[in-house]
Design a protein. Structure first.
Length: 191
């Protein structure tokens, strides 16, 4: 599992062997079963997770109880409610395992220690945050200006292979359509 996370860090920064030891010394592991909730609205998100295996989803539940998927986190992705995690504020979203998952994670306290001891980690998480904000902006623009078919094609480009792993209901929730409409659209358009 440690090879996955070190490879992920290597996408943006080069850690020395001593720095790798510091990082791995504070890294914790967790296995979660499918449907297990890692965060509920009103709770403070105390961990930032790295997905070694499996898939998580971040979602919002409206007043009518309807769930709206905001993001999926398959292997090699980082997951948390970023505002809740970094500001220690109650979450407005939920984080759930869609598959049995193996996760690595840091607490904010441990991550802050690492930022002080290995300053380049701040650069890594800044890049991660910038990329996440870029994704968020594209997602909002897509929801406002694209057809369901265009959003579905974008979903497939952004999450290659994920549609074979998660239910149509989850994908439809992400796209803002019903599962029945997604099924009909896929049949009609041969998507």
């Amino acid at each position: 599992m440690t090879a996955h996370i070190l490879s992920n860090f290597a996408l943006h920064i080069a850690l020395t062997p001593d720095e790798q030891d510091l990082v791995l010394g504070l890294l914790r592991q967790k296995q979660v079963s499918k449907r297990n909730m890692l965060l509920r609205p009103g709770q403070v998100n105390h961990h930032i997770y790295f997905v070694n295996e499996g898939c998580l989803r971040l979602f919002h539940t409206n007043q009518d109880g309807q769930e709206h998927n905001l993001c999926f986190y398959p292997e090699n992705w980082w997951a948390c409610d970023i505002v809740s995690f970094f500001k220690a504020k109650p979450a407005t979203t939920s984080l759930q395992a869609l598959e049995d998952s193996r996760l690595s994670y840091f607490t904010l306290t441990d991550l802050e220690k690492l930022f002080a001891q290995v300053p380049k980690l701040e650069r890594f998480f800044r890049i991660l945050t910038q990329n996440g904000f870029d994704m968020f902006q594209r997602r909002v623009t897509s929801a406002l200006s694209q057809t369901a078919e265009q959003r579905y094609r974008e979903f497939r480009r952004h999450y290659p292979g994920l549609e074979q792993r998660i239910s149509q209901k989850q994908i439809a929730s992400y796209l803002g359509i019903t599962a029945a409409f997604l099924s009909m659209m896929r049949k009609e358009k041969d998507l």
